[in-house]
Design a binder for this molecule. Structure first.
Ligand code: C2R
Length: 338
């Protein structure tokens, strides 16, 4: 269910719609504003939740409270897309991303409607192998296009000192989405979630995540690895965790951990920016503003608890036991110090 704060957001919504059409995922589009038509938002969200909508996408600019109000009224995952109307969209980004514990909004980059839909599809793909396969095909076609673009660029480089180093790159592999993949999503022996912290400086936030995962009875594996400092170790960890259903990456400063994880997997990646410098703003902006095709479900600065709740919302679509834990958790919510 896509909800726009205003018809003026349609240029961003169009990008989401384009992706959902390619992937054959059914959707509805409504216009309702938390500020102007609050009751309408509530009604759409409550009815859609009851009628089995799997993911919400809230698209809004300015003081974008719409995705947060959607999240307040559902236990389903909510993807937020900030729209640039003023301040280059930073106002909307901050309004959407920094949610209090209990109602996370998986935020994508400013105006990144396509990434909002890709993230929504990855979430549906946790329990739907058909969607995983289509996503994988789309990603390969996209990379193929990039390869062609590079060839076209090379034709334009006519300088005397331009010296092209030619090498063959193997066909880009897909990671986990082949239907016959022996380590696909249905491996019940494997933990649901892999939690990666970029450094021991992020441990305090990672502990909030694992504490909440424990409360929600979600199985996980954890590691502290920087893809910049230990690329080989990182690659090995990504390989070993191929069968998890989603990743949570926690990182401060230039926060490349999330981008590196997304580069290795087609599963949903939740990112938690940590406040090491600049109040965490460096990490937040680095995580959230991913290029088209590779979204990171970014949460508020230091929001380790919300990462676990969002993971439960994503997993709860297809796994009744996790949904029940999530509903009980939300009912008894008492979560100070996210
Ligand atoms: P108008 O063009 O209708 O004045 O809207 C909309 O999403 C849009 O980007 C201008 C901007 O206001 C935003 N808006 C919100 C909300 N309602 C409208 N952020 C909300 O409920 O959060």
């Amino acid at each position: 269910m896509i909800i726009l704060g205003s018809v003026s957001d349609f240029n961003v919504a169009e990008k989401s719609i384009g992706i959902l059409e390619i992937l054959g995922i059914s959707y509805d589009v409504r216009v309702a504003s938390a500020h102007r038509t609050h009751e309408k938002v509530k009604k759409i969200v409550e009815e859609s939740t009851a009628n089995g909508v799997e993911v919400f996408i809230g698209i809004a600019g300015l003081s974008a409270h719409l995705p947060g109000i959607i999240a307040a009224n559902t236990y389903k995952p909510v993807v937020g897309v900030p729209v640039s109307v003023k301040l280059g969209g930073l106002d909307a980004l901050f309004a959407i991303v920094q949610m209090p514990v209990g109602a996370p909004v998986a935020t994508v980059g400013i105006d990144r409607g396509e990434n909002g839909a890709i993230l929504a599809a990855q979430i549906v793909g946790i329990h739907d192998a058909g969607v995983r396969t289509k996503l994988s095909k789309m990603r390969r076609e996209f990379f193929f296009k990039l390869k062609n673009d590079e060839e076209m660029l090379a034709e334009k480089l006519t300088g005397k000192y331009y010296s092209r180093h030619s090498f063959e790159i193997d066909e880009l592999e897909t990671t986990t989405t082949k239907e016959d993949d022996p380590v696909g999503n249905d491996d019940t022996e494997y933990p649901d979630v892999a939690v990666i912290a970029g450094s021991y400086s992020d441990i305090k936030i990672a502990k909030k995540t694992t504490k909440f995962l424990d409360k929600l009875k979600i199985t996980y594996t954890t590691n502290v690895i920087s893809p910049i400092r230990h690329p080989k170790k990182f690659e090995n960890f990504m390989d070993e965790t191929k069968a998890v259903k989603l990743y949570i990456a926690i990182s401060g400063l230039s926060a490349h951990v999330t981008g590196a994880v997304v580069g290795f997997t087609e599963k949903p990646v939740i990112g938690v920016p940590c406040n090491i410098r600049l109040g965490g703003l460096d990490a937040l902006l680095s995580m959230v503003n991913m290029p088209p095709g590779v979204p990171v479900a970014t949460l508020g600065i230091d929001s380790g608890g919300n990462a676990a709740i969002l993971a439960a919302e994503m997993l709860g679509i297809g796994y009744a036991d996790i949904k029940q834990e999530l509903l009980d958790f939300k009912r008894n919510m008492n979560c100070p110090g996210n």
